[in-house]
Design a protein around this ligand. Structure first.
Ligand SMILES: Nc1ncnc2c1ncn2[C@@H]1O[C@H](COP(=O)(O)OP(=O)(O)OP(=O)(O)O)[C@@H](O)[C@H]1O
Length: 358
């Protein structure tokens, strides 16, 4: 049985200066679930979050918490009556209060009444020893953890997070993300997290809602959104992509890598075939010939190495293709640095190609 939604966003729009910056967003989050609103800058993510928090108000639509309307055309509960915790990038701790008093700030009765809860939360993020410290004595990452437990201290049913980790350096960020996620799961909080970073969404989310120009264009588990993108832009949002262009004829599109099925497209319709660099295979040149065609990889096409770079986890090789001079990128999970000018053959993993009308 799936749990009842804790947070429901029902057909929210927000009109600013003659345009809808949020244009009909619906979403629900269950207890213990992390949903990431992912999208490029300006697509309306933060506005959506601010509406849920109650610091902004939608033009139309409703917000429900545990099935109860907290905001619609007539009602608008203030932020403090929504059972919502907030954590933003520029979380500010109160500099004149100790760590413990910062954490207890939103608790009725303050530190005196809730010392046990404050101690327990600080222990859980390994900051037990900082109970009496002041914010300036903590590193950025430690301050972030204090901000997190401060937001969690009143046991909010819902946590809203807007780019909460973007102020941290890379290595620290991974660790803090993991800790944060663990704590949110333990508390069974419903989380709506805004980010423009696909890696962050893939790492944190149970569900990703991909947003563009005020709308959710695709929603699902990270695996699903990554592996079955709805269009070229959705594919390109998660990684570098290669795009082959062709024209549909008789529900087939010819490419130098073989034919692709393009059912439902009329003759003459432009087609884009999209593939991520890790799904190209590279093969050696055998005196002007490449590998034989196979069902899974189609036909090989020859290209010449333009550039090869070692990226740490993989090598990125850029090719200029013989057939049309276009560029294709392939990655190999190893050290593979062929010299510029080397002819090599490329095939595409056909099961990893996405075919879209252009
Ligand atoms: N108070 C406002 N008045 C007018 N326009 C606004 C207001 N708030 C936001 N906007 C506009 O709404 C659009 C969406 O902004 P929003 O902050 O929600 O985007 P975002 O996806 O969170 O982007 P970012 O990641 O850059 O914060 C932007 O074009 C922004 O300029």
């Amino acid at each position: 049985m799936t749990a009842a939604p804790r947070l429901e966003i029902d057909q929210i729009t927000r009109h600013f200066d003659g345009r809808d910056v949020v244009a009909g967003v619906s979403l629900s989050v269950t207890p213990g679930q992390v949903t990431c609103l992912l999208g490029p800058s300006g697509c309306g993510k933060s506005t959506t979050l601010r509406i849920v928090a109650g610091v902004d108000r939608q033009t139309t639509g409703r917000i429900l918490v545990d099935g109860v309307v907290v905001s619609d055309d007539g009602r608008h509960a203030p932020p403090e009556h929504r059972g919502i915790g907030l954590m933003f990038q520029d979380f500010a701790l109160f500099p004149h209060l100790s760590v413990a008093h910062n954490v207890a700030f939103g608790l009725d009765g303050g530190l005196r009444r809730h010392e046990a809860r404050v101690r327990e939360l600080l222990e859980r993020v390994d900051l037990g020893g900082f109970f009496d410290a002041f914010p300036h004595q903590l590193s950025g990452g430690e301050q972030q953890r204090v901000a997190l437990v401060r937001a969690l201290a009143p046991r909010p049913a819902i946590m809203l997070m807007d780019e909460p980790f973007s102020g941290l350096d890379n290595r620290l960020r991974d660790e803090i993300r993991d800790r944060t996620l663990a704590l949110l799961k333990e508390e069974n909080t419903a989380v709506l997290l805004v980010t423009h970073e696909p890696d962050e969404a893939m790492r944190m989310a149970d569900e990703i809602a991909l947003m563009r120009a005020g709308r959710i264009v695709q929603q699902g588990a990270p695996y699903h959104v990554y592996n079955t993108p709805v269009d070229r832009a959705a594919a390109g949002f998660f990684s570098d992509i290669n795009v082959l262009r062709g024209t549909s004829r008789g529900a087939l599109t010819d490419t130098p890598f073989g034919q692709f099925l393009t059912p439902g497209l009329s003759d003459g319709a432009p087609v884009e075939i999209v593939i991520r660099p890790q799904h190209l295979r590279i093969d050696f040149d055998r005196q002007g010939r490449g590998p034989n065609p196979t069902a899974s990889d189609g036909v090989a096409a020859r290209g010449v190495v333009q550039r090869a770079r070692f990226m740490g986890r993989e090598s990125l090789v850029e090719f200029r293709m013989d057939h049309d001079g276009s560029s294709l990128k392939a990655t190999v999970p190893a050290v593979f640095l062929p010299k510029p000018g080397t002819p090599l053959w490329l095939t595409l993993r056909r099961d990893r190609c996405f075919v879209f009308p252009a």
